[in-house]
Design a protein around this ligand. Structure first.
Ligand code: AMP
Ligand code: ZN
Length: 472
């Protein structure tokens, strides 16, 4: 079965053929670690986790290398460190901020059912590679030194007559358009408005490293050079897939391509460029000022991580996604039902139709429609049907827990104390036995107000039994 992926660079779905099927290589831009990640940040993490799982299924778990970096050098990190740890030397404060945030990020995305990437390189551990690339760019005439900065020149890249791609090809923009669009207020160390920073001097007290290209003062890297350095180190000069959110196409990815291709004299940095669409909340752009900014951590307090995962995958990754409470409620209901049917079934082979839908540019809405069908068969069919259903769910990263764990998590997320509920149910049963229906109705209402729905039935011995579940 052919795997087809939409490539931002060629603007079409293309058949995916790895450079080396024994080592399929994917790079995804990771978080800048200074604060809790928001639910929009979770989108690329979940989407590329599904692709990672599909690639592992196709090529073998040991034949896929997934690199997702951690950006641990950035102005936002410095500002946060100075604010949160005013008593500490800045570099120590920065280490505290980045370590804590990295831990929070891992806890959050683990809860979303995402596998850890094969390698998670940190920017500050790849300064030598960044310097080496910058030296190559200066030597090749693609970059220049000015006022202790190193700048990359897209104009020089496009003037070079060689295998190089055109600067602007990924984002489908012309250099003239970019010059026209550049701010009037161009930094004094830039020869052209479109030139971008590879290296800059550090302010006193800020993190700093010995500079490349003969610059005497210490400095720090620009943002774009990080990813060129880390992907080179761990995946080579050219690799298979590069991913991130759609906002990264320009300038971040355009600049990554420029740096890597000019440094290594290659026509491509990655064969396929994949970008997820944006997430908005209840029809509006998510922002702190609108008050609809929501972190993964806040959502995890109310919903199991797999509910957030399913809710994310209901929309195709390239479409914008509208994150709503209604959507979450529906996802929770579907997942609860799936756990009841397949939660404790060992996973079999996933359904061929599921693989086929995923191989069509990760068509997860189609996949989820198929899951509803498989669920129907599993509910009435044989053990095989349940195994196929469970295997399909597991391929997508669901059913990571037993049904008992799932129930416990739902209860925990709802804030309902199971022992208290059991106590109230016992009191209601006693009231009913003595025909005090006023009291039994009162207890039922009290439980309903807590979000607990009662179901009265009969046990195997014919005696009345009351079970309960959480209303959503
Ligand atoms: P940032 O921390 O802003 O660099 O973002 C980390 C990743 O999350 C990048 O791949 C972004 O493209 C992605 N991202 C940020 N905001 C959103 C959003 N609202 N919807 C989808 N992806 C987003
Ligand atoms: Zn990047």
């Amino acid at each position: 079965m052919e795997l087809r992926l939409y490539d931002t660079s060629s603007r079409e779905k293309r058949s995916f053929v790895p450079l080396d099927p024994n080592n399929v290589r994917m790079y995804v831009c990771g978080p800048t670690v200074y604060d809790f990640a928001h639910i929009g940040n979770a989108r690329p993490v979940i989407v590329f986790d599904v692709l990672f799982r599909l690639l592992r299924h196709r090529y073998g778990a040991d034949h896929v290398t997934y690199v997702r970096n951690i950006t641990d050098v950035d102005d936002k990190i410095n500002d946060r460190a100075a604010r949160d740890y005013p008593g500490l030397p800045l570099n120590e404060a920065i280490r505290k901020v980045t370590e804590l945030t990295e831990q929070q990020f891992h806890d959050d995305v683990d809860a979303l059912g995402c596998l850890r990437p094969t390698i998670e390189p940190r920017a500050t551990e790849h300064i030598a590679e960044m310097r080496a690339i910058i030296e190559k760019l200066v030597a090749g005439g693609f970059a220049y030194v000015e006022q202790d900065h190193v700048l990359f020149s897209p104009g020089a890249m496009n003037a070079a007559n060689s295998v190089l791609p055109r600067y602007g090809a990924l984002a489908n923009r012309s250099l003239d358009e970019m010059i026209a669009g550049a701010r009037v207020d161009v930094a004094p160390y830039k020869r052209d408005a479109t030139d971008f920073v590879l290296w800059k001097p550090s302010k006193p007290g800020e993190p700093s490293w010995p500079s490349p290209a003969g610059i005497a003062v210490e400095g720090r890297p620009g943002w774009h050079i990080e990813c060129s350095a880390m992907s080179w180190k761990h995946l080579g000069e050219t690799f298979d897939i590069h991913g991130g959110g759609i906002d990264l196409v320009f300038p971040h990815h355009e600049n990554e391509v420029a740096q890597s291709c000019c440094a290594f004299h290659t026509a491509r940095m990655a064969n396929v460029w994949m970008h997820n669409g944006f997430l908005q909340v209840e029809g509006e752009k998510m922002s702190k000022s609108l008050g609809n900014f929501v972190t993964i951590r806040e959502l995890l307090a109310d919903w199991p991580g797999e509910v957030l995962r399913l809710n994310m995958l209901k929309t195709h990754y390239r479409s914008p996604i509208d994150w709503t409470l209604k959507g979450l409620e529906e996802s929770a209901k579907a997942l609860d039902d799936w756990y009841r049917i397949a939660g404790d079934v060992p996973g079999g082979r996933p359904a061929d139709a599921v693989i086929e839908a995923l191989c069509d540019d990760l068509n997860t809405p189609q996949t989820i429609a198929l899951l509803h069908g498989l669920r129907g068969q599993a509910a009435v069919g044989h053990e095989d049907d349940r195994a196929t259903f469970a295997g399909s769910l597991r391929l997508l990263g669901f059913l990571s827990e037993s049904v008992a764990q799932w129930d416990a998590r739902k209860q925990q997320a709802s804030g309902i104390d199971a022992a208290q509920v059991d106590g109230l149910i016992a009191a209601r049963t006693a009231a009913r036995a003595r025909k005090d229906f006023k009291e039994s109705d009162r207890i039922r209402d009290e439980l309903a107000a807590m979000g607990v729905v009662l179901k009265d039935g009969k046990g195997p011995d014919g005696k009345p039994v009351t079970t309960w579940e959480i209303a959503r």
